[in-house]
Design a binder for this molecule. Structure first.
Ligand SMILES: Cc1cc2nc3c(=O)[nH]c(=O)nc-3n(C[C@H](O)[C@H](O)[C@H](O)COP(=O)(O)O)c2cc1C
Length: 192
């Protein structure tokens, strides 16, 4: 199976995937923002997550990876239905140094611990510090593992100190141009 065919089967069968909308800082201090749906949590001690970043071309690392390797800092935002189009706009392969916040009409707000700014419109953001980068496979793709230092959660999403999933209204990635909403939910307590 070719890598392209394998990619199709991966995204068509590993789903739905959460989207890590990731902000970083370029060398000149401008901001970079891009979505990554090969994203998951790893362990809660310390709280850690991973994103998988492929390459634009065999010799061209994506800006997100370059910036995280250089600065060790990034912010991951949850993508909500209201922000879907802006998220998509930030996925274009802009030349290095282009500020995707500006391209997508998004406002910045400062982070507390790390230098990259947050997306002001995003109701949940996780400030992260790089733990390690692990290259996997033959095309220079990498797993970026980081520690979540701080969660920002907009007040109106909280009910009794817990996140209300309906108010969050997150979306997930399927294959191709497909996405899913999280409005159709059900509960199923685990067997004792
Ligand atoms: C919903 C969505 C999910 C994506 N997931 C990934 C991913 O997991 N890994 C990846 O390398 N690229 C992924 N992409 C593509 C990147 O967002 C795209 O290559 C972007 O231009 C990278 O930007 P950067 O060079 O500023 O880092 C995804 C795109 C979209 C729209």
């Amino acid at each position: 199976m070719s890598p392209d065919a394998a990619y199709y089967w991966m995204v068509a069968t590993i789903l739905p995937r959460p989207i890590a909308w990731t902000s970083t800082l370029n060398e000149d201090g401008s901001a970079n923002l891009a979505p990554f749906s090969f994203f998951t949590g790893i362990t809660s001690d310390p709280p850690s997550c991973l994103i998988c970043v492929s390459r634009h071309a065999p010799s061209r690392k994506k800006d997100t990876r370059l910036n995280i390797e250089r600065t060790g800092e990034y912010v991951i935002h949850v993508v909500t239905d209201a922000l879907a189009e802006q998220m998509n706009a930030t996925s274009r392969a802009f030349p290095h140094g282009v500020d995707e916040f500006v391209e997508a009409g998004l406002a910045k707000t400062p982070s507390e611990i790390v230098a990259p700014p947050r997306v002001a419109e995003a109701p949940v953001a996780m400030e992260c510090r790089l733990d390690r980068v692990v290259e996997v496979g033959r095309s220079g793709g990498a797993i970026i593992i980081g520690e979540i230092l701080l969660w920002h959660v907009r007040d109106d999403l909280l009910v009794g100190g817990r996140l209300d999933m309906g108010r969050l209204d997150a979306i997930g990635r399927l294959s191709g141009a497909g996405y899913t909403r999280t409005r159709d939910r059900f509960e199923m307590p685990r067997p004792k």
